[in-house]
Design a protein around this ligand. Structure first.
Ligand code: PAF
Length: 283
């Protein structure tokens, strides 16, 4: 695996791959890698000839400077983990390399970034779109792989790809969970033992709620999940919304959409955890 810090060097390598007609797969990450990321790399290596992984903690997507400061950075461990995969290039640029000048672009995602994460993290998705589009311009991958855990991010990336006319296939990859159900996340390593042992309640209550669809309406399911998680006494639900999986707009009745997803954000002290569950997806 090559470690590349400069975009010029990356460019030269990619031109070579493209000349050879190779399919380039790209997995953007912010590091602090775990098995969820490795599953993206694995999927990328199944679907591409060369896999490029980026590690870049993107300052533009943090609306809270504390969150940026405490975001875990584990580059040595990340590099060792990637060495065990089929990743050909680890792209590890500096902030100056990615943003030689300020990125002032404002994207119009319609209603997609006005709800859920967008409401609580203003500017977050604009920053995600900025960095991903910079990487897309630089790498021009054939395919890019994103986890479904960040359900809203995936919708935003798809929209951005359309808006900017990229011919890049966006490949969604399933959520990878710990054995107790907790969705894998780089933020999990920030949890104290006490919060780590309570955090699986989030997934457990989501799964339990899937058995309630025939007996409870949407409002009742929202209340059930929210109350049950808050009952833990130390976890605090920031939002739990049941939305249409394409528009991300709230759904009032189970029958109103063919694609219904529950998306949740929970505070475990200062650590913010997100998760989601697909209740219904027809065709
Ligand atoms: O999902 C993430 O880790 C980040 O938002 C991404 C897509 C790598 C952009 O910084």
């Amino acid at each position: 695996m090559k470690i590349v810090e400069k975009s010029k060097e990356l460019n030269a390598l990619i031109s070579g791959y493209k000349k050879d007609g190779l399919i380039v797969g790209f997995v953007p990450t912010m590091g602090a890698l775990h098995k969820g990321h490795l599953s993206l790399v694995d999927e990328a290596s199944k679907q591409s000839d060369v896999v490029i992984v980026s590690i870049f903690v993107n300052p533009n997507q943090f609306n809270n400077p504390n969150d940026l400061d405490k975001y875990p950075r584990t580059i040595d461990q990340d590099r060792e983990m990637l060495e065990q995969t089929k990743c050909a290039i680890l792209y590890y640029p500096s902030v100056e390399e990615v943003y030689p000048e300020e990125d002032k672009r404002i994207f119009d995602f319609g209603q997609l970034d006005k709800v859920m994460e967008g409401q609580f993290r203003p500017g977050h998705f604009n920053g995600v779109a900025q960095v991903v589009s910079r990487f897309f311009d630089l790498i021009n991958p054939d395919k890019a792989f994103f986890g479904e855990k960040d359900f809203q991010q995936l919708a935003i990336i798809k929209k951005m790809t359309k808006l900017l006319g990229y011919e890049i296939k966006i490949v969604p990859c399933a959520i990878i969970r710990e054995s107790d159900g907790l969705a894998m996340s780089s933020r999990n390593m920030l949890l104290t033992d006490e919060y780590r042992s309570e955090a699986p309640i989030i997934a457990q209550k989501l799964f339990e709620s899937k058995n309630l669809l025939s007996t409870k309406n949407i409002k009742e399911v929202i209340n059930f999940v929210t109350d049950e998680i808050n009952k833990s006494g130390i976890l605090e639900v920031e939002y739990f919304e049941i939305v249409d999986g394409d528009t991300l707009q709230p759904v009032d009745n189970w029958g109103d959409s063919d694609f219904v997803v529950g998306c949740i954000a929970v505070f475990a002290d200062k650590v913010r955890l997100i998760d989601n569950l697909i209740y219904k997806k027809l065709a």
